[in-house]
Design a protein around this ligand. Structure first.
Ligand code: FAD
Length: 460
């Protein structure tokens, strides 16, 4: 075979199941996010044979992704190899692979590389993607935050815009470079807006000579009447006031009607912005929704024991599942996914399923330094103490002592110094850099710059 020859893909009959251990029941868990991992951990060390399949080799702590995107943490701080998390459980095998389809008649999942894995019980915990509400073409210009790659690209885009603004003499273009628009006023949007504002106001003020950090414009757009709609109106008001204080423009009841390269149309008016971030709504990932009854967001409808009606021994949980409790479907939250994973794992261990009930341990969102909301039962905390609790809870939820220590120390350091150490532009540099296009007309130069940034982001 010549050196450059690509070997044949494995034939579709390849069985990727790790070596069988006796006749033990085989549980296949697709997705090692919060839900899938909790389910696997509940089955660890048991007689049940478990295979965890994930297309990534790492478990990702998504709630802190925005901190990677705003240079407060490094990717490795919030990701842990799935194999090492599960290495002590001899009954669990890990397969890195992407599930493309399911063959329920033959009881097997089909992988993108042509292999398949047979199952006795199937658990779908494949998470979600952002919902562009029928405008998937907007994803290219206003990416969401779902993976380390997304966070690194966003960080590069933000930092590169600041770099270009530093050497840009044309005020209209400079203000577009310094404008960030975030769509969606839920916890992710609020946290992101606060973090970008702090990055622009405090950190850049020290290190850049020509940018006036007050020129940085951060706009948070929410279609509903208030931010953080899942929390109390008092917390929504507090979040809006805290963001105003940081200089964020909060637009409530505002509608995004178009998104293009470097521009967004809000309530009919176009705003030029080098950085657009999507944080509005989710829908289930494709394979999870193939052939299942799904809700409006494409999430698989499940029964009260998390089973998929009409399919024996198939379960879904976390963001991929639509689980109704009391008034409506449960929100897409890490704690929902974890509780469901643990519940299902224990039920599979006991050999009998039982109804699941979600118990909220509290809802929280951080807005900035000393500003956070934390609601649990009748307790509604806001401000410094809520911020402290938020930090403690997130450190506790990270996997592994080393990560907890690392993140705890980084936060302490940042708290004391305002420093954001992970300010790396580690994406390929665009061909047009500041200076190169100075002789071009303003519009053309801007188009080229933003266009090149887009190519570089897409090509990673
Ligand atoms: C930016 C951001 C901030 C958030 N902040 C908070 C917060 O503050 N508090 C909170 O409670 N929740 C928060 N969430 C929501 C929370 O992260 C999710 O609800 C939670 O991750 C859902 O867990 P899951 O196990 O269902 O899916 P995920 O954690 O998304 O895991 C899904 C896994 O499935 C794998 N996978 C997907 N498709 C396939 C396939 N076809 N084949 C193989 N593997 C596949 C993925 O690689 C992934 O590892 C946030 C989410 C985001 C994106």
């Amino acid at each position: 075979m010549p050196d450059h020859a690509i070997p044949d893909r494995p034939p579709s009959s390849v069985d990727r199941t790790p070596a069988a251990v006796g006749e033990a029941r085989h549980v296949v868990i697709v997705g090692a996010g919060f839900g899938g991992l909790a389910c696997a951990q509940a089955l660890a060390g048991s007689e049940v044979r478990v295979t965890v399949v994930d297309r990534r080799n790492h478990h990702l702590f998504q709630p802190l992704l925005y901190q990677v995107a705003t240079a407060a943490l490094s990717p490795a701080d919030i990701a842990s190899p799935i194999r090492s998390i599960l290495s002590r459980a001899a009954n669990i095998d890990v397969v890195m692979g992407e599930v493309r389809a399911m063959d329920h008649a033959e009881r097997r999942v089909l992988l993108a590389d042509g292999g398949h894995i047979p199952y006795d019980t199937l658990v779908l915990a494949t998470g979600s993607v952002y919902n562009y509400f029928g405008h998937d073409e907007w994803a290219r210009h206003a990416p969401g935050l779902k993976s380390i790659r997304d966070a690194r690209r966003l960080r590069a885009r933000l930092l590169r815009s600041f770099e270009e603004a530093e050497s840009c003499a044309v005020s209209g273009r400079r203000s577009a470079l310094l404008t960030t628009v975030i769509v969606g006023g839920g916890p992710t949007g609020v946290e992101m807006a606060g973090a970008v504002a702090e990055l622009a106001r405090f950190t850049l003020r020290r290190d850049f000579r020509r940018i006036d950090s007050h020129e940085a414009r951060i706009i948070l757009v929410e279609a509903g009447p208030r931010l953080l709609a899942a929390l109390s109106p008092e917390s929504s008001d507090y979040a809006a006031t805290s963001l105003h204080r940081l200089g964020v423009e909060v637009r409530l009841g505002a509608k995004v009607t178009d998104v293009s390269e470097g521009a967004v149309t809000i309530d009919g008016a176009q705003v030029e912005a080098a950085t657009l971030i999507w944080a509005a709504g989710i829908r289930a990932l494709e394979p999870a929704s193939l052939g299942f009854d799904v809700d409006r967001a494409g999430r698989i409808e499940v029964a009260d024991d998390l089973s998929v009606p009409g399919l024996a021994d198939v379960f879904a949980l976390g963001d991929a599942a639509s689980f109704r409790q009391d008034d409506g479907p449960l929100p897409a939250l890490a704690q929902v996914a974890r509780q469901q994973g643990t519940h299902l794992g224990q039920a599979l261990l006991a050999g009998t399923t039982r109804p699941f009930r979600y118990v909220s341990r509290g809802d929280t969102a951080v807005i900035g330094r000393h500003a956070a909301v934390f609601e649990t039962g009748r307790w509604r905390l806001r401000g410094r103490f809520a911020w402290f609790l938020w930090a403690l809870v997130h450190i506790y939820l990270l996997i592994g002592f080393e990560k907890r220590l690392q993140v705890g120390l980084k936060w302490l350091w940042r708290y004391a110094t305002f420093e954001r150490g992970a300010r790396l532009i580690d994406e390929e540099e665009p061909a047009t850099r500041s200076g190169l296009g100075h002789s071009l007309p303003d519009g053309e130069q801007r188009g080229r710059r933003l266009g090149t940034a887009r190519e570089s982001m897409d090509g990673d």
